[in-house]
Design a protein around this ligand. Structure first.
Ligand SMILES: [Zn+2]
Length: 59
């Protein structure tokens, strides 16, 4: 069964972009403040929440 969960794959994609940014951003590497890093982290969390809502875990 191949079900494409758009929200989940979107969150994965964002997470990958976030990791890539951390890899290349000296500020994020030093745990310093980085506007882009904060924005990306927020986007990842929002996407994760959206993905969770689409498959609730009340089984
Ligand atoms: Zn950064």
């Amino acid at each position: 069964m191949t079900v494409t969960n758009g929200a989940a794959s979107g969150a994965d994609e964002l997470y990958r972009i976030h990791l890539l940014h951390i890899d290349h951003c000296p500020a994020c590497n030093k745990d310093a403040e980085c506007g882009k890093g904060v924005r990306l982290r927020r986007a990842v969390r929002a996407a994760r929440l959206a993905a969770d809502k689409r498959r609730p875990r009340w089984t």
